[in-house]
Design a protein around this ligand. Sequence first.
Ligand code: AHR
Length: 736
Amino acid sequence: MMWAPVAVALLIGACSAAAQPRITAETLTADAPCNASVTIDLQKRKAISPVLFGIFFEEIGHAGDGGLYAELVQDRSFDALAAATGFLDSPATRKPLDLATLAARHHHAMLPLHMPWDSNGRSYSSKREYLEERRRNTSYDPRNDIIVAWQPLPGTTAVLTKEQPLNEHNLVSMELTAGTGPHSGLLNFGYWGLYVQAGHNYTASLYMRNPDEQPKNVTLSLVGEHGATLYGTLTFSGVEGGWRKYTAELASTATDANARLLLQFDGPGKLVVDSVSLFPSENVAAGSGMLNPWPFRADLLDALKALQPAFMRFPGGCYIEGDWMRNAFRWKAALGHNEQRPGHMNGVWGYWSTDGLGLFEYMLLAEELATEPIWVINNGVAHGDSVRTADVWPLVEEALDSLEFISGPPDSQWGGVRAAMGHPEPWTINYMAIGNEDCGKPSYLTNYLLFFGAIRARYPHMRLISNCDMGPDAPTDLWDWHIYTNPTDMFKRRNEFNGKTPQNSHHIFASEYAVTDGGGWGNVAAAVSEAAFMTGMERNGDIVTLGAYAPLFVHWNNRPWPTNMIVIDNSRWFGIPSYYVQQMFSRARGSHYLDTTVATDPGSQVHQESVAASATCGSPACDRINIKIINFSSMQQRVAVVLTGEGSDAVLGEGELVYLWSDHPEAENSFDTPTKIAPATATMDGLSSKFVLPAKPWSVNVLQLHLGPAPSSAAITLQADVSAGVGSGMDGAAAS
Ligand code: AHR
């Protein structure tokens, strides 16, 4: 049996009915043997989590700053520079900058790649040991990773100053002293260039104070890489006196992904600037009614929407732990106007976080994606230090306050802060994770118990997630499970959760899984093995409630992690094959698992450990069945699909097949060929209770079958026969 000889268009999403190719299933006969069989019993079924597949957003690899966050200026408040030069933490009030020397010290080169500390159970006893070795081996200095985003114009003297700060949270500003030339100023190179488009408008805002008597004219321009080509300009005339905010629109006449923002003023004398920001004007318009511009880059938001995630875990990961407690993400420091946010060193991943993405923005994102938020908090444990349980209560209160901020009425203290930021309606939150990968660390368990008790007492509906299954030692609603490994091991791990039941285990949140070893930058073999693993999640979807690939984003110019689902630069993105696997599974979620047995032909040439499968159906009637069949081998496999039990005689002849494959397991997508590996969609006909699915080499196949009304009453009535451990308030509707 061959595929119908029709060129199958590679598609990101569903294609129009007219363009959709047809594949005719071969009837299963005794004289045409198959390599494997998948038997699905429509009567043996169990309720599973209908929200298994979601996303995990972490501020790693410039996922947020320089990524999803739409700010175009890098280091808008000069804090990264202040941190890189040691000025931020020093008692000094002024720091003259020798930016040329600093820029030379700084290397923009990619960091060498490292496997995660827990990869394949390899060599590192702790994440700290892994990170320390990484630093030793690479002369790694987190400060080197901070991009020196600002460059003074020739002759301009640049001094970081803490004198007369803009506000109590934004302590450092930039003092410029004019040289002898007609114009002095600064150039910002954005995140590896600013991306501007011809005919688009950009809203600039900045704070300035003029310490001199003489008013000054200040010009902001969009220019090409070397400053010689002008794309757009505006002038603020007569700048004088103390701090004042200046805002205006810049129109670009050109499209350039490597543009610069140029700030110039006419001398002589000084000008002090801070919080220099540039957003696409459509973001500013979309943020109307809120304190800040709409925070998300439109194309990347669309990339997330296409995943139809059932939930979003955020914002870390190691990011919430911090290399040290002082660098942990703290939500109260990421509130209000952007210029009121001090930002912090993202020490684990080596760059400055503006905190433009704070809890408010993460909740906006969850709302925009219509997804269940899962908020991860630091419970007093960082990589290098921790807070003793006796001293941790303020952090517990911080966690409780965050829940009031999210879900409290506008007349509550923290609900009022949310309302003032532009979102009076409370959000709903049902999940909170207490810490990340911290089991076994000195204070974790005792801190955890304090957090758990306090949150449970005030918010009894909250489902709380621990960093491991602590057994009878500690109560938990779900525990967090992570795996980073190679494709062969990932394929085997489809059996990881077999044997665990709600009776003998707490529910599991597989919040980080990915092939990171032997999968290139994200290749087909890696994606296919992850799909096999995900069939195991579905099989055990009564105990595995939620799961997410990690990490979600990486900027191509800063890759601290080997494989990441969505690769970006400042103007483009592409999904690695794993992105499309996530999309395929997420769009074919089910509320019930149908007993699926895979058998391989012992005489087959194909390695027996190469086929994985699972089948689910969705509520309210089990009349649409999602069958996932994975071929983790280099040979096309004839897979016999047999449906048994009541309803199996009512399989309609036509279904929809979405499939992703390649002859080359090492094949990858790239900016130039972003959808080389992407799902194709076909109508499959000739279906019945027994048919042959020709599974392409290295393929993931998602087939949706329909049960018709005749000849028997085909729909299977579903009952909530097994608790899937899904929280109240969660949308139980399956996507299928
Ligand atoms: O996903 C990258 C990192 O891997 C996460 O920050 C951490 O939780 C894990 O070690």
